[in-house]
Design a protein around this ligand. Structure first.
Ligand code: TYD
Ligand code: MG
Length: 456
């Protein structure tokens, strides 16, 4: 017995923390020649001891510890977070480089500091003076009191979090921190190690922790994706860099509803909230132009009107081109096939370009009808009525299917002065009288009927 427990003794390298079964003088992991200190043998506990004797409890008997929220005071960000960050909650903010992640979180820290929170900004991307220079330019109450630490060492970050016990902290970015001097930052294992150490610390000290993660060019490798299951909330910061609009979207949230969005505009001095984005997204809509359709989307709890545009052109050489921006290219291809087969619109041999105006992104199935109508309108060179907003999902048989939250979609259209709303009949059948008020509802059961209503 004694022999087998001796066998289990492990040793930990004091330089890199790697554990080894044998003392070998030089650490086989980091190559450091140092004292390998004996580590306590991992205690072999029974599973009963490990769970601490946990027993199932009825939901009604569970004491709910209301998550203590620390609102940032930036309404659009708090909305996306379901009310604000939570003490001990870890939020991952992902997005393309240059989209405005550092700016957004610096503004959030300043605003939280102005509301009395101790705030710490840890950056491995820029020097403290670069960060300070930008922070001063953005300004805002509380900016001067945000503490900055410029480091690429995890140990420094841990020490700072331990010592200054902030209520909120930002790590910019998680990819630039490294767990030991010899490891290279940015690898998947490094990323996970750094993140779990920081998450552990945030939970212990009750820090609301934001981790910035760059979406890497190669897609998901060593990007924020590999951390999503570790954190409580995942925010993605989206937008087209050639436009000023930015949308922050919660794709996962243990402390609130997912899919909530907040809308911002990038300005010379930082990000500005856009409390009424529909107005902004429709601001430059052309009058009486074919191929332009207003869709009433509902991402999260917020309805939002955006303009979809399509351009159908003769295909010059080879295979017809399909270029999209802000839309799913596969979905467009499916809808083109549906238009061809179910509505006899011969679009399959044409070049088709489709985009969401203003650099927004629409991922909802409820936008199907709008995409199909935009293509049909451009193809037939007939504009839709200017006061028409539409929504509805299309099936492969050309049927128009009901979508969630028709009421708020209609309400948003009404609010912006749209007189007509084209929607699936199945949605219209279940509306309350109040939801029907103030607009004329045009209903359809199929793509064919919808084309008739909108384009005749
Ligand atoms: P940044 O927050 O550094 O992006 P990220 O951290 O996601 O890489 O912002 C990058 C861009 O935003 C940069 O190209 C310049 C622009 N910007 C403004 O237009 N106005 C501003 O006030 C700031 C701070 C940045
Ligand atoms: Mg940055």
């Amino acid at each position: 017995m004694a022999k087998s427990s001796k066998k289990k003794t492990r040793y930990e390298c004091t330089a890199c923390g790697a554990q080894h079964a044998q003392w070998m003088g030089r650490c086989p992991t980091c190559g450091e020649w140092n004292t390998l200190e004996e580590l306590r043998p991992a205690p072999s506990r029974t599973s009963r001891e490990r769970t601490g004797g946990a027993r199932p409890v009825a939901i009604a008997e569970v004491r709910s510890e209301d998550a203590a929220r620390l609102p940032t005071g930036i309404g659009e960000l708090d909305r996306a977070l379901g009310g604000g960050p939570v003490r001990g909650g870890v939020i991952l903010l992902g997005g393309d480089p240059g989209i405005g992640k550092s700016t957004l979180l610096m503004q959030a820290l300043a605003s939280m500091h102005a509301r009395g929170a101790e705030a710490l900004y840890i950056t491995g991307e820029e020097s403290a003076s670069q960060v300070a220079m930008r922070a001063r330019r953005i300004g805002g109450a509380g900016m001067g009191g945000v503490k900055i630490l410029a480091t690429t060492e995890l140990a420094d970050a841990e020490e700072a979090l331990d010592a200054s016990k902030p209520q909120v902290a930002v790590i910019d970015s998680i990819q630039t921190l490294r767990a030991s001097a010899t490891a290279s930052p940015g690898s998947v294992s490094q990323l996970r190690e750094v993140a779990s150490a920081l998450i552990d610390l945030a939970k212990r000290h009750g820090v609301a922790l934001f981790l910035i993660g760059h979406v890497t060019k190669e897609g998901t490798i060593a990007g924020p994706k590999v951390l999503e299951h570790l954190v409580d909330t995942v925010l993605s910061f989206e937008g087209d860099r050639s436009h000023a609009f930015r949308v922050v979207r919660a794709t996962k949230n243990r402390f609130g509803p997912a899919q909530e969005i907040g809308v911002f505009e990038m300005d010379r001095d930082g990000l500005r909230e856009v409390p009424d984005p529909s107005t902004l997204f429709l601001a430059e809509r052309p009058e009486q132009a074919s191929g332009s359709v207003v869709v009433s989307t509902a991402e999260g709890s917020r309805p939002l009107l955006v303009e979809l545009q399509a351009l159908v052109a003769p295909c010059q050489y080879g295979a017809p081109r399909r270029v999209v921006s802000g839309l799913d290219a596969n979905r467009l291809n499916i809808l083109l096939a549906v238009l061809d087969r179910r509505a006899d619109l011969r679009v399959l041999d044409r070049d088709v370009f489709a985009s969401v105006a203003g650099g927004a992104r629409v991922d909802e199935r409820a936008a199907d009808l709008a995409i199909a109508l935009a293509v049909a309108s451009s193809f037939s060179r007939r504009p839709l009525p200017p006061q028409l907003a539409v929504f509805g999902e299309l099936g492969l048989a050309g049927e128009l299917r009901a979508v969630p939250r028709p009421g708020p979609r209609i309400a948003e259209a009404r609010k912006l002065g749209f007189e007509h709303v084209l929607l699936p009949a199945a949605n219209a059948d279940r509306l309350t009288p109040k939801e029907r008020e103030g607009v004329t509802l045009l209903t359809a059961r199929s793509l064919g009927e919808a084309l008739e209503r909108a384009l005749s």
